[in-house]
Write a protein that binds this ligand. Structure first.
Ligand SMILES: *Cc1c(COP(=O)(O)O)cnc(C)c1O
Length: 441
């Protein structure tokens, strides 16, 4: 048994986390390329994942005609510094995963990838889809949307536990393929997400408890049923692989803009973190493609700082925010997670540069400022990233080995969700941001 009181007493940063103070933590175990935990061995094969997404492009385009070319990708948009309120160093971009097609959040990367892979595996092994992994030869995956294939897929089930957005992503793609899908929703999930899923024929089971309980229940039910595939947000390498493709795509996107990242043109990326899968997979991909010229930081709410806590104590998934007396309650519903993914914590220990925490009150003013300056709406969870760049401009890196951003730097705020939010909710969030702004000034 770990004595959590002792963990708090012995580590000043943990004491601050336990007191729900805003902190910026530099990861002392972050290493350069070649010295990452798995050494040269790769955790996931990004090229293979990307190739699979390409195979599915004709299917995606057939089922979701609005997705041009069948490629699920988001814009990288330069935004004015005034969103952060003061001029920072270098250029500032918003990676709009908030506007990813199909499910309007970063979960469209990992979630859709895992369900597509499942569909491919089932169809190939039943002899209903020709794909030769040796040569890469295959028939068009567009045929997977034929009625007889839907009939075939309807013999299988998919289940997932979620705070909301993963449920949306898994629910929508599974229903589009023809799987029977059940989403186990935690109490933090917003009502409109449950309503939207039900309208698409998804079974939604609600829990009075937190995310961890919803996932555990989903896992239990799926285990008892051999036709059911459980999407394990806490441990899935397929989810992780889907997210990691973002690193490769980002590199191409920057090159399109004439931007090359090297040691004189460094990349700084700020990513909101819940259980860790999405920002962890993206960070994995970024580090693979940009190596030691990229610096990645996770953003968490002061009331649900699970990855910060897991990494700062070195206890990973063996410590939860509840263990140090934090309630896990936050307006950032997508980040309302009390215990980090074991898989992701281990992968991030040697790859992530740091973590920071943000009070909920900061989210809405950023939401409103972004909307005012650019017309872009993102959800409160996605705004957690913004404060990180403020901390860094305010010398958070002063006593670290990490070079501070300069005029040549590229800064990316990873906007993780927002496009699916109903209009009335968008307006309410925005108004709240404007009110808070007035209170602040
Ligand atoms: C899920 C989610 C995250 C974090 O992803 P995790 O895999 O839970 O760490 C961040 N922002 C939004 C909007 C999300 O839905």
């Amino acid at each position: 048994m770990t004595d959590f009181r002792k963990v708090i007493e012995e580590n000043p940063i943990v004491k601050n986390i336990a007191d729900c103070r805003e902190i910026f933590w530099i990861n002392p175990d972050c290493r350069e390329r070649g010295k990452w935990n798995q050494g040269e061995e790769k955790l996931v094969d990004i090229d293979e994942a990307e190739a699979r997404l390409l195979r599915f492009a004709p299917f995606i385009e057939r089922v979701f005609p609005e997705v041009k070319g069948g490629i699920i990708e988001s814009p990288l948009t330069e935004i004015p510094w005034k969103v952060i309120s003061e001029k920072g160093s270098g250029r500032l971009f918003l990676k709009q995963d908030s506007h990813l097609p199909i499910s309007g959040s970063i979960k469209a990367r990992g979630g859709i990838y895992e369900v597509l892979k499942l569909a491919e595996t089932l169809a190939v092994s039943a002899g209903l889809l020709k794909y030769d992994p040796e040569t890469g030869e295959h028939e068009s995956y567009a045929s997977l949307a034929d009625p007889d294939m839907r009939e075939f897929f309807s013999g299988y089930k998919v289940a997932v536990g979620s705070t909301g957005n993963l449920g949306l992503s898994i629910g929508i793609i599974s229903a589009a393929i023809g799987f029977h899908v059940t989403v186990h929703m935690s109490s933090d999930a917003r009502q409109w997400k449950k309503d939207m899923l039900r309208s698409k024929g998804v079974t939604v089971v609600e829990y009075p408890d937190d995310y961890e309980a919803a996932v555990a229940q989903g896992r239990r039910e799926a285990e008892a049923d051999t036709t059911c595939h459980f999407v394990d947000d806490e441990n899935s390498l397929d989810l992780f692989a889907g997210y990691s493709v973002a690193g490769k795509r980002l590199k191409a996107q920057l090159e399109e803009k004439g931007i090359t990242i090297d040691k004189d043109h460094r990349l700084y990326v700020y990513l909101p973190c819940g259980v860790g899968g999405a920002p962890g997979g993206v960070t994995y991909g970024i580090r693979e493609y940009f190596g030691d010229n990229a610096y990645c930081f996770f953003a968490e709410p002061t009331h649900a700082p699970c990855m910060t806590l897991g990494l700062a104590t070195g206890l990973f998934e063996r410590i939860s925010v509840g263990d140090i007396g934090i309630d896990g309650k936050t307006e950032a519903d997508g980040l309302a997670v009390g215990r980090p993914s074991a898989l992701v914590a281990a992968a991030m220990q040697s790859r992530l540069n740091g973590c920071f925490t943000v009070e909920d009150e900061r989210l809405y003013p950023y939401l409103a400022a972004l909307k005012d300056a650019t017309g872009i709406f993102i959800e409160p969870s996605a705004c957690a990233a913004f404060q990180g760049i403020k901390y860094i401009e305010d010398e958070a890196l002063k006593y670290s080995d990490i070079p501070e951003p300069d005029d040549n730097s590229v800064n990316i705020l990873w906007a993780t969700g927002g496009n699916m939010v109903p209009q009335a909710e968008k307006q309410a969030y925005y108004r709240r941001g404007k009110q808070a702004e007035t209170l602040l000034t």
